[in-house]
Design a protein around this ligand. Structure first.
Ligand code: GLN
Length: 235
């Protein structure tokens, strides 16, 4: 993962970009790196051949083709967002460009959630209940039904939020067949270029959700030699 872009020209090769073997620059994808498990998202994205940029300041958003908002603590992230001057730039980014939010990320992208120090960004018309399955010790794995990535997907839930309302224009892209509040409860949603997942694909070695987001949602072309399977060390 490269460091922050450091004010280099948007999209410029000088911004830490490497020449890809085929000669084309790989897309630059940001990972919000205020707090949480941004490293694991970075590893998944790098395995798909994109250049990863850590985003902690407004200038880091320049020239990004897409952004990932990781899991972590949504209250802390909202506070750090304000402290770093990222609130307004992120509001603008999520209105215009592709964004994937996982766990705390879906809380931040939603329309409303309980117990936050500031409103979420409102990019997804969903209402979310935080920590809906209990405490850290109540974290669990569950098989999910995700037709957009070809069917079953391993769901990793850590102090996960629950999506309790899905707006009419929002597509459900992941469901939990059993064990939720009701059969087939929604655990992943999409509205245009914005995707929110209650679970953590970056904590598995399965790259299908990241690939789907980059190619189908964000419309990016990945380097032809991607994806290299995630290293066992990152599993
Ligand atoms: N419980 C956290 C929150 O409310 C989210 C947990 C996670 O991202 N793994 O922000």
């Amino acid at each position: 993962m490269s460091g922050r872009a450091g004010g280099a020209a948007p999209g410029a090769a000088a911004a830490g970009g490497r020449e890809h073997a085929a000669g084309a620059q790989p897309p630059r994808v940001g990972v919000l790196a205020l707090q949480g498990d941004f490293e694991r998202h970075g590893a998944s994205l790098e395995a798909l051949g994109v250049e990863v940029v850590r985003v902690a300041l407004p200038r880091d958003l320049e020239g990004l083709a897409a952004l990932v908002m990781p899991g972590g603590e949504s209250t802390t992230m909202l506070r750090l967002m304000a402290a770093n001057g990222l609130r307004a730039p992120l509001e603008a980014f999520v209105r215009e460009r592709p964004v994937l939010g996982t766990c705390a990320g879906v809380i931040l992208l939603g329309a409303e959630a309980d117990g936050l120090p500031a409103p979420p960004l409102g990019a997804l018309d969903v209402s979310v209940t935080r920590n809906a399955y209990g405490r850290q010790i109540d974290s669990f794995n569950a098989p999910l039904d995700c037709p957009v990535v070809g069917g079953s997907f391993p769901g990793v839930f850590i102090r996960a939020p629950r999506i309790v309302r899905v707006g009419p224009a929002v597509e459900v892209v992941a469901r939990r067949p059993e064990g939720g509040a009701a059969p087939n409860e929604p655990v992943g949603v999409r509205s245009g270029r914005v995707v929110g997942l209650c679970f953590h694909p970056e904590l598995t070695t399965d790259l299908r959700f990241h690939r789907w987001f980059l190619t189908e949602v964000a419309g990016l072309t990945l380097p032809s030699d991607a994806a290299i399977p995630l290293r066992e060390a990152a599993a």
